[in-house]
Write a protein that binds this ligand. Sequence first.
Ligand code: NAP
Length: 256
Amino acid sequence: MSMEPNPFSLCGRTILVTGGSSGIGRAVAIGAARMGARIAVLGRTPDRVQETLSLLEGTGHVGHVSDLTKIDGIEGDVQAILDRSGPFGGLVYSAGASDVTLLRDIDMEKAERQMRLNWLSFMALSQAICRRGRYAPGLSVVALASISALTGQVGLSAYAGTKGALIASVRSLASEYAPRGIRFNCISPCPVDTPMQRETRSRLGEEWYRKEVLEKARLGPLAPEDVADPVLFLLSDASRRITGTNMIVDGGWSLS
Ligand SMILES: NC(=O)c1ccc[n+]([C@@H]2O[C@H](COP(=O)([O-])OP(=O)(O)OC[C@H]3O[C@@H](n4cnc5c(N)ncnc54)[C@H](OP(=O)(O)O)[C@@H]3O)[C@@H](O)[C@H]2O)c1
């Protein structure tokens, strides 16, 4: 029998999951804990952070409640989590907001908040974690972008812009941090069955859901776990030579 270590294992790693209180982030937290990681669940709503913690296998997991749009607080958030969990071996940035609005109706203050949460807070969090002594060797950063950054859909100009910024920054960061062995990648999903999508579905109706989700996702509509599993791969050593990519996870949604 081979005694080679399993490259897909996350044993011994501390992984910070923002958006860990819901949807894709929660599925990542559950999956990463099952693969042996110690999870720091970051969310905005205390009850939902606690609920995720109650679903995790293993021990040593911690919860942290914070509003990531408060950029000035991010340094303190990272230090507080570090004190309890030790240096980070993974960061999953799944916190995000989406708003389907035509250009003529965009509230610019709301769009600015969306840009802050979906892009600027990711930059601030990455800055705080990529400091000496705060990360473990082989740190892998995975950011949730979106297929909307690549395809062009009505009503998503502001949201798509935030995700395009994320994809562009991740490529640059991958190049900047490769000499330290830190990897940065994005995952771009099509619509996934989470509270975020359910909100869009209730606003745009069942016809939208049939046409934009059921008909286009050729391999079937996506559940949070369908996105979480590729995130786990990008966190693990199995992807040790992959950096700067944007992996599309869309069940064939963007095929013509
Ligand atoms: N679902 C989709 O169809 C889809 C498709 C493509 C890309 N994505 C992207 O995937 C990521 C996860 O989406 P999801 O569908 O899982 O969304 P979700 O279920 O709505 O979860 C969003 C998460 O972000 C957290 N959050 C929101 N505002 C925050 C703030 N100001 N500070 C800290 N945390 C905040 C929420 O915390 P609370 O629960 O505590 O409020 C929640 O954990 C997002 O970046 C989204 O843009 C989603």
